[in-house]
Design a protein around this ligand. Structure first.
Ligand SMILES: *Cc1c(COP(=O)(O)O)cnc(C)c1O
Length: 428
């Protein structure tokens, strides 16, 4: 067979783009060579609908083992009694929970998308907002932190069956205990989506939501540093509160409802190559070096936020507890949109994404903010001292976003700097 030059040239181009730039997208990371190897393996050839030892296809003896190992390692990592490693993505994991615990038209409560929430938590263009009745809580304008009093108030008024915590642009620790009390006060289930901070949680650097929530969902490719995918977890399994029974008349547990919601509810065959890569990533996360890495992610984020603030930038909530931060560009550059900032920075090989800030005066297409995070740059080996330099480079671009020669000079410096950092610092 002749080599597909077109596609492999593009893959090489993408690798070069990743190598030469400063990657600050808070939801991205660089996987290890072993995670990549598992993902590119012959396990992709295998159909394995069902779960280990309960498959609808023959020949699953090997993938039964790799999937079971992924599950066991994941349980150990988060102190979970039950997990499901099959969701193809974070959004799929969330859709499975909604399918398992809600009926179409049921009410649930999640963080306002423009205040740091996620599309899959009730956006009108996502199945969560199309099939179910989504209500929302906000952050406080003065503090940029979740308004738990308002969450309680909306919960009392709207009587959701499910309360959802977690977000994609929220840089503060969550009060999971308070959320559980709010959920209990209205008879709702509590789901925490830890897609963003999962790696910091696995390393013990943030509170573990499995101790408070009925159900926890996550991606595996953000701070956690595994392959692109999703997972479901429970600290403790329990009997469903709606009296749903098996054909034999026994009460179903939540784990049974969730397993059926993933397959056959919303997915077909699992991606066994990705599940094997998840197992590799979970194994790496159980090693002592992982805590060193996550500590660096957190320290880098704190240093980056401080350097931005020292330079006069407004950080929502005036700092960060995790790996990410949201910058409101308006106080420093009133005329600069998030869209224009993203474009100018990308031209300098500094990758960020535009993001709505809470109470934004601009549309989601323009936005007044950018979101930045440190998981990827930390995987490449960057330390605190580099964070101040990054802010200088960003400031040079954003101060003159139309100055092409200025941007070219920054890009040359970025490329020269990044030449010394491998994609994955643990390997050469
Ligand atoms: C990234 C993210 C997701 C979605 O993950 P995908 O893998 O892109 O589907 C879900 N929830 C939150 C909070 C996220 O940040």
């Amino acid at each position: 067979m002749k080599r597909d030059r077109i596609i492999f040239d593009l893959i090489e181009q993408e690798k070069q783009r990743q190598l030469k730039g400063i990657e600050l997208i808070a939801s991205e990371n660089f996987v290890s060579a072993q995670v990549l190897e598992a993902m590119g393996s012959v396990l992709t050839n295998k159909y394995a609908e069902g779960y280990p030892a309960k498959r609808y296809y023959g020949g699953c003896e090997v993938v039964d083992q790799s999937e079971t190992i992924a599950m066991e390692r994941l349980k150990k990592l988060f102190d979970a009694e039950w997990v499901n490693v099959q969701p193809h993505s974070g959004a799929q994991a969330n859709a499975a929970v909604f399918l398992a615990v809600l009926n179409p038209g049921d009410t649930f409560l999640g963080l306002n998308l423009s205040h740091g929430g996620h599309l899959s938590h009730g956006s009108p263009v996502n199945s969560s907002g199309i099939l179910y009745r989504a209500t929302e809580y906000n952050v406080k304008e003065e503090t940029g932190r979740v308004d738990y009093d308002q969450m309680q108030e909306v919960a009392m008024r709207c009587r959701p069956k499910l309360i959802v915590g977690g977000g994609s642009a929220y840089s503060r620790e969550w009060d999971y205990g308070r959320m559980r009390r709010i959920a209990d006060s209205v008879g709702a289930l509590l789901m925490i989506d830890m897609a963003h901070p999962a790696g910091l949680i696995a390393a013990g650097l943030l509170d573990n939501p499995l101790r408070y929530a009925h159900i926890v969902t996550s991606t595996t490719h953000k701070t956690l540093r595994g392959p692109r995918g999703g997972i479901l977890l429970m600290g403790k399994d329990f009997v469903n509160p709606w009296g749903k029974t098996t054909p034999k008349g026994e009460l179903k547990t939540l784990s049974q409802l969730l397993d059926s919601a993933v397959f056959p509810g919303i997915q077909g065959g699992p991606l066994e190559h990705v599940i094997a890569a998840k197992a590799v990533a979970f194994g790496q996360a159980l090693e002592p070096e992982y805590k060193t890495y996550q500590t660096q992610v957190k320290n880098n984020a704190a240093a980056l936020a401080q350097a931005f603030m020292d330079k006069g930038y407004k950080i929502i909530s005036d700092g960060t507890d995790n790996h990410s931060m949201l910058i409101d560009l308006r106080p420093k550059f009133p005329g600069l949109t998030g869209k224009a900032a993203e474009k100018a920075l990308v031209a300098a090989d500094i990758t960020v994404n535009k993001n709505m800030v809470p109470f934004d005066s601009r549309s989601p297409f323009q936005t007044s903010g950018i979101r930045v995070g440190t998981p990827a740059i930390s995987t490449r080996g960057a330390r605190e001292a580099f964070m101040g330099e990054i802010v200088e480079l960003i400031d040079a671009v954003l101060s003159k976003p139309e100055n092409d020669s200025g941007i070219a000079a920054v890009r040359a410096e970025v490329n020269a700097r990044m030449r010394h950092y491998p994609l994955f610092a643990g390997e050469s």
